[in-house]
Write a protein that binds this ligand. Structure first.
Ligand SMILES: Nc1ncnc2c1ncn2[C@@H]1O[C@H](COP(=O)(O)OP(=O)(O)OP(=O)(O)O)[C@@H](O)[C@H]1O
Ligand SMILES: [Mg+2]
Length: 224
């Protein structure tokens, strides 16, 4: 079991008092260092699953294990998130009044990384995303693709063991999309991190070790 980064057991997530059943019993195992791609139609439950794995939400029933720990028994999900998970959101929610650099520094502040080290790491991550020239731009002044790249730099800031990326290239052209995936892959390779990517783009699934398909709240093998 120790070689599993992510394990979910019969995960159910209902919304609106049970009238919406977004996940209907999802059991998934992802090995440490594995790159999994999850595809599936809009509304099938992909983001709901990512939120649960990323400790941003709690299930209606079922279990989520992250790096060998049952999240149900973790009293402080904030701490789990800060140390174990890097989340790239479908809607990149940067803090609007802060600069690119400051947005990338935020998660490191939560862990008490000293200021000079924070700045150095944030600059390096933004460089890798091709955004050195937009370091000091306020988030609201960035284009959609630039915001997405800042949000990826932010997700990688604390060198997480598990990287969860929900449509990381949704807003960008295919060339930028390729660059973004290369950056995520490089960060994963450097840290031996586990990577789960949700996407509608079949191109992005090509580099994955395994592709699964979400259909109407259930996860299964991708059709050949
Ligand atoms: N907070 C919420 N309250 C009520 N219903 C929700 C909520 N979040 C998601 N849903 C519903 O749950 C289902 C699954 O949503 P989810 O966002 O997980 O889908 P998705 O596969 O990520 O879709 P997309 O590809 O469009 O991002 C949908 O029917 C959605 O309307
Ligand atoms: Mg989604």
């Amino acid at each position: 079991m120790n070689d599993l980064a992510i394990r979910t057991v019969d995960l159910v997530r209902e919304y609106e008092g049970g009238t919406v059943r977004a996940l209907k019993g999802v059991s998934l195992e992802v090995r440490r260092g594995e790159h999994l791609c999850v595809m599936g139609p809009s509304g099938s439950g992909k983001s709901s699953l990512m939120y649960l794995i990323g400790a941003l939400d709690r299930p209606t029933s079922g279990e989520v294990w992250l790096n060998g720990r049952n999240l149900e028994r973790e009293p402080d999900l904030d701490a789990v998130r800060a140390t174990e998970v890097g989340f790239v959101f479908q809607l990149h929610n940067l803090l609007p009044t802060l600069t690119s650099l400051e947005n990338v520094e935020i998660p490191m502040m939560a862990l008490g990384v000293p200021r000079a080290e924070r700045r150095r790491r944030a600059e390096e991550l933004l460089d890798r995303m091709g955004l050195s020239h937009r370091r000091d731009a306020i988030a609201t002044k960035l284009s959609g693709g630039e915001r997405q790249r800042v949000s990826i730099a932010r997700a990688l800031a604390n060198r997480p063991a598990v990287i969860l990326a929900d449509e990381p290239t949704g807003d960008v052209d295919s060339k930028t999309g390729g660059q973004i995936m290369e950056c995520i892959q490089a960060a994963r390779a450097a840290a031996g991190a586990t990577l789960v990517v949700v996407t509608h783009n079949p191109e992005l699934s090509k580099s994955a070790d395994r592709v699964m398909m979400m259909r109407d709240g259930l996860l299964g093998p991708a059709s050949p």
